[in-house]
Design a protein around this ligand. Structure first.
Ligand code: UD1
Ligand code: UDP
Length: 366
């Protein structure tokens, strides 16, 4: 008898990190794989699913412009009732720390359906940072039956919260599975860039930075762009209006800051490979860039991904104007400092995360 595994994706990073799991499960004769897109993101989710050739079986099409967390949560919970009653999956897999993960975890708990949490155990121990993701993953962690922890550190976090050792498996982060699958291909950024200039790649979207912190970040980037006319900045802008409108206000006319729509995953990987330096508040980028040997300045005060910081290849600069300008300028000017951060290590995975997750489920059903 086939076992029904419902794999849930809501946003861009969930799709990138769940894709290797979906593709690996589809090769298993015992598994009937169903893909549920909550579509908490629309275009950015579709970009990724189409790149990995994954078509959702169910699409809730939940995204609304500038959606509020409470409404998003309420709508997702209501829709999940119908999905779970109709689908009756044996297991549901969720990934990460978004509103999709928290609500789907809760709905499955109410329906007594076991949940596997992919990328479990990341913690800053500060509910406000990142907001609301720390709360989302703590709640998902309380409800999950399997905790697929990317690193030993995340396993330790779960043990500290009282999760049973037997329910945790250290798998590595499937973001590295996706990255290795993609980076091996012949990739193009698809945007005209000056090949003689060094490239600084920028992304930013965190809710806790909205408002003045994000404006500080923009001011710092503007100063860096003015101080370094020989460097080009590429900034694929997140479509959240709290980010998009401000980014366009700051950089609309700046000659060496190129704003663009969110890049498709493959072109974005190409941009990371081409970049000299990455400045970002993204979780996924903090995991990918070290594996590509690219230093990252992280626009956050705290991170749930301390491994790369401890190894000196990622540095936290928050939304502090001076810190951002000084650290970036140091890496642009000082070859020694740059080389120390550009060492090419991969603390988050070895490309076999999905395989380990599938092994756990295969054994469970056997
Ligand atoms: C969400 C996640 C965050 C994750 C990020 C990845 C929550 C609360 N936040 O943040 O953890 O790091 O995704 O990118 O789960 N929008 C579009 N088109 C899209 C996607 C978004 O227009 O394809 C706009 C919409 O106006 C939408 C807004 O962005 O309402 C916010 O989307 P939402 O998923 O609520 O939050 P993010 O900031 O994207
Ligand atoms: N990414 C992408 N296009 C972009 C920016 C990022 O495909 O223009 C990818 C990136 O490679 C990473 C993921 O999106 O795998 C990170 O998503 P995001 O920063 O939106 O969310 P987070 O990881 O912070 O939750």
């Amino acid at each position: 008898m086939k076992r029904k595994i419902l794999c849930v994706v809501g946003t861009r990073p969930e799709a990138i990190k769940m894709a290797p799991v979906i593709l690996a499960l589809k090769k298993e004769p015992w598994a009937q794989v169903r893909v549920l897109a909550t579509a908490q993101h629309r275009h950015m989710l579709d970009q990724v699913l189409s790149f990995f050739d994954i078509e959702p079986d169910i699409d809730l099409d939940i995204m609304r412009p500038n959606q509020a967390l409470t409404t998003l949560t309420a709508r997702l919970l209501l829709d999940m009732d119908d999905v779970l009653l109709e689908e009756k999956p044996d297991v549901v897999l969720v990934q990460g720390d978004t509103t999709t993960v928290m609500t789907v975890g809760l709905a499955c708990f109410y329906h007594r359906i076991p949940v596997g949490h992919v990328e479990a155990g990341l913690r800053t121990w500060d509910m406000q940072n990142p907001f609301p993701e720390e709360a989302n993953r703590v709640i998902a962690g309380k409800l999950a039956r399997w905790h697929f922890a990317p690193t030993e550190g995340s396993r330790q976090n779960l043990l500290r919260e009282g999760v049973l050792d037997t329910e945790i498996v250290v798998t590595g982060n499937t973001v590295i599975d996706a990255l290795l699958m993609t980076a091996a291909k012949d990739l193009e950024i698809g945007i005209d860039l000056d090949t003689d200039k060094r490239l600084v790649l920028v992304t930013s979207h965190r809710r806790e930075n909205f408002g003045e912190p994000f404006r500080n970040i923009c001011r710092a980037l503007l100063t860096l762009a003015e101080q370094n006319p020989d460097v080009q900045f590429l900034y694929p802008v997140h479509p959240n209006p709290n980010v998009k409108d401000v980014a366009h206000e700051f950089f609309g006319t700046c000659a060496n800051v190129r704003l663009c729509e969110p890049l498709d995953y493959a072109p974005f990987v190409a941009a990371m490979k081409r970049a000299y330096l990455i400045i970002s508040d993204s979780g996924g980028v903090q995991e990918e860039a070290p594996a590509l040997g690219k230093p990252v300045l992280v626009l956050r005060d705290e991170t749930e991904r301390p491994e790369a910081v401890e190894q000196g290849v990622v540095k936290l600069v928050g939304s502090n104007y001076e810190l951002i300008v000084n650290e970036a300028q140091r890496l642009l000017d000082n070859g020694g400092a740059y080389r120390e951060m550009a060492r090419g290590i991969s603390p988050y995975g070895d490309g076999h995360g999905a395989e380990r997750i599938v092994n756990v489920l295969r054994e469970y059903f056997a």
